[in-house]
Design a protein around this ligand. Structure first.
Ligand code: FPP
Ligand code: MG
Length: 320
């Protein structure tokens, strides 16, 4: 039963962006400068060895671990958010109930922890373990924001955007950034390259979540694979709302009462669409995408760095 429930989301068509990035960073860093003192095992059967670009078995395992941590967090998230659908399927708890969803999430996390320990790399273990703290911290910040009893602001100030972006890094950027960092470490890269991999993942991760928050206002549920308008229903004021609020101060009281009043969700939806919130969110995501691609310039140009650039740009145009 535990296996069936744990496998449920893996059976659907996920985007696998996190494992893809781990593998591409592995290849991109395989031909970059190396630290001394570490040994690595090459797999001769790997077709990329001929081109000089290599993926180690430890990279493959890291890619699996990353997707398992992500899926584990989704199993918990869908219970917290009362999700209806995910990846075009009924949400996990709709199918198996809350308890099973939580157990399956814990089970996946436990299996990911075992696989992480088996990498026998204390630096990577520590970094990836810190992601788990960040995920919870991000969710907690989201919740705390909701429970803030402060008087409604006339307009979102600088700190409201800062808080939102910090939360965005913690809930989405951290796993992507630290998986990229770990992938570079497993390639035995020098510190500057490890740092560049992290900066790349951090900026890409934030852009990815900004677009996720934007798609909540712009695509159909069928295309997205999960309900749209969900963030307003959950009481969340994401980037499109924060920008809209700058143009329409009357959004302030709605944000403060978490869109809980009669007709609040529909009103906020209309104000976001009447504002430039969606375009400004896309422009903000574009700036993060540019920063991500700038970080790649330290790496020797290869088919892997080109693919990384394409992945980054595709984040801006994705519809699911
Ligand atoms: C999706 O966000 C949720 C996350 C990115 C992180 C969720 C993290 C936790 C529940 C903490 C527990 C962590 C573990 C590893 C068990 P979203 O709700 O904005 O996106 P969605 O629209 O896809 O649901
Ligand atoms: Mg959710």
């Amino acid at each position: 039963m535990l296996n069936t429930v744990s496998r449920y989301y893996f059976s659907a068509n996920g985007k696998h962006i996190r494992p893809l990035l781990v593998m591409l960073i592995a290849q991109a860093t395989s031909i970059a400068t190396k630290r001394r003192g570490r040994t690595s095992i090459l797999v001769d059967s790997d077709p990329h060895v001929k081109s000089g670009l290599t993926i180690l078995p430890t990279h493959r395992r890291l890619a699996e671990i990353t997707e398992m941590i992500h899926t584990s967090s989704l199993l918990h998230d869908d219970v917290i958010d009362h999700a209806e659908t995910r990846r075009g399927l009924p949400a996990i708890q709709k199918r198996f109930g809350n308890k099973m969803a939580i157990f399956a999430g814990d089970f996946l996390l436990a299996r990911a922890s075992m696989a992480l320990a088996r990498l026998r790399d204390p630096e990577v273990i520590e970094i990836m373990a810190s992601v788990l703290c960040d995920l919870v911290d991000g969710e907690f910040k989201q919740l705390k924001n909701l429970e803030d009893e402060d008087a409604p602001m006339a307009q979102p100030d600088e700190s409201a955007f800062e808080y939102y972006l910090e939360k965005t890094y913690l809930k989405t950027g951290s796993l992507i950034a630290k998986s990229c960092r770990s992938s570079a470490i497993l390639s035995n890269s020098t510190d500057d390259i490890v740092e560049a991999a992290y900066i790349y993942g951090r900026n890409l991760g934030i852009a990815f979540q900004l677009i996720d928050d934007l798609l909540d206002f712009t695509v159909s549920s069928t295309e997205f694979g999960k309900p749209v308008g969900a963030d307003l229903e959950l009481g969340l004021a994401t980037a499109p709302v924060l920008y809209a609020w700058q143009e329409f101060p009357e959004l302030g009281p709605l944000v403060a009462r978490k869109f809980s009043g009669e007709g609040d969700v529909a009103r906020a939806w209309d104000l976001v669409h009447a504002s430039s919130g969606v375009e400004r969110t896309r422009a903000l995501a574009r700036r993060y995408v540019e920063r991500a691609n700038e970080a790649l310039s330290i790496l020797p140009s290869s088919s892997a760095t080109q693919a990384l650039e394409r992945v980054t740009l595709s984040v801006l145009t994705r519809t699911k």
